[in-house]
Design a protein around this ligand. Structure first.
Ligand SMILES: [Zn+2]
Length: 198
């Protein structure tokens, strides 16, 4: 059987820095990983052109920046925030600004990809839920989403977009959500529950 040769290489991308690109024949889409030491890896299937990879990374630069800061903070061994704590105003500012840079474009992209239609998108500072969707298809997302790994941000966005079709959490909603997240709804829900919004 023909086996695709795996190829790893490094790229230096403006505004992001060094990125290690790793090709896996089993990769489906492109995925960005920010490691604990703040190094960045992109995994993808073999044969994707370098300029496409660069474009993808640039589109996610706000998210990467945020993930790097999160890792840096973790490395400093700062205490894990607990419920009801006050959010440092400068952190809130940072979360809001990266959310405003990242989320509108991301929601647009995901909605287009799966054929969802929504009306407006607002970014708030809710600390009780990651997102919500009204019957008029207005989506609200919490800026605290920017603390989540990128694939879970996408999962929350998909959840809210599914509400533009199914307003409740009935069987049809879950069937739809499970379909658009490749049959991984349960697993992603489990991962999301590991994160506290506050
Ligand atoms: Zn919901």
């Amino acid at each position: 059987m023909f086996r695709l040769r795996r190829k790893n290489y490094k790229m230096d991308i403006d505004g992001v820095g060094e990125v290690t690109v790793k090709e896996f024949s089993t990769s489906k889409g492109m995925r960005i990983i920010v490691h604990r030491d703040t190094s960045v890896t992109v995994t993808l299937r073999p044969g994707i052109a370098k300029n496409k990879v660069e474009c993808f990374v640039r589109q996610h630069s706000a998210w990467i920046e945020n993930a790097k800061k999160r890792c840096a903070r973790r490395a400093e061994n700062s205490p894990v925030p607990t419920s009801k704590r006050t959010v440092d105003p400068s952190e809130l500012l940072r979360l809001r600004s990266s959310a405003k840079q990242y989320l509108p474009e991301r929601v647009r992209f995901i909605a287009e990809r799966f054929g969802f239609r929504y009306n407006t998108l607002k970014i708030n500072r809710a600390r009780t839920r990651w997102g919500s969707c009204t019957s008029r298809k207005n989506i609200n997302l919490s800026c605290f989403l920017m603390r989540l790994p990128m694939h879970l941000v996408d999962f929350v966005i998909l959840h809210e977009l599914c509400h533009t079709v199914e307003m409740n959490h009935g069987t049809q909603f879950h069937a739809l959500l499970n379909r658009v997240c490749g049959g991984h709804e349960k697993e992603l829900n489990r991962q999301l529950r590991a994160f506290r919004i506050d």
